[in-house]
Design a protein around this ligand. Sequence first.
Ligand code: AP5
Ligand code: MG
Length: 188
Amino acid sequence: MNIILLGPPGAGKGTQAKLLEDTRGMKQLSTGDMLRAEIAGQTEIGLRVKAIMDSGALVPDEVVIDMIAHRIEQPDCAKGFILDGFPRTVPQAEALDAMLAAKNKKLGAVIQLVVDEDALLARIEKRAAESTTVRADDNAEALKKRLTAYRDQTAPIVPYYEGKNMLKKVDGMAAVNLVSEQIDKILG
Ligand code: AP5
Ligand code: MG
């Protein structure tokens, strides 16, 4: 099955995607991770997006749409993929629909991790404190911008998928294992 994990920065998209990789053999496709790899490799894309990402703003739609279009065709996505951080705008959601139709693939579910915004700074700060490579956008200032981008540009995809009867909400404030249980129930 192919699914979307949707939620603001720090909602737990990456955490749950990794667990689904382990338990179901689905492939995590994190556009954030892909872009950070481009930056680390100092590729043309990396050089283009670095300042944008560091600030907490969204990179241009066509950059991530191209990445995902190529990625979902790879053999490791055959058992299903988890879109973590994509789509993030209505034009990205529309482009995803078009590419899935063209490749004869389907979306099984869009799972929204519903969280309390006030808890997210603490989560991001905890992650920064625990990791050896701290993300350039894991600071209070960039997080503020990431949350604004989520509210203004990403939240409109919620009604987009509600309109297609595809949206499932889970309580993202529950403990990690309880969030996983809710997702498992949805995926069956
Ligand atoms: P991206 O890498 O996707 O970052 P993000 O959306 O800001 O989200 P995070 O990765 O910070 O959070 P997460 O939801 O994965 O949470 P996690 O599981 O790590 O994007 C970064 C940037 O790339 C964007 O700002 C943009 O510039 C660009 N970009 C990427 N995709 C794009 C797109 N499609 N279009 C345009 N631009 C794009 O959890 C966070 C912390 O909380 C961890 O420490 C974790 O242990 C903890 N935690 C998780 N779950 C729980 C829980 N249930 N209870 C308590 N703690 C928990
Ligand atoms: Mg993530």
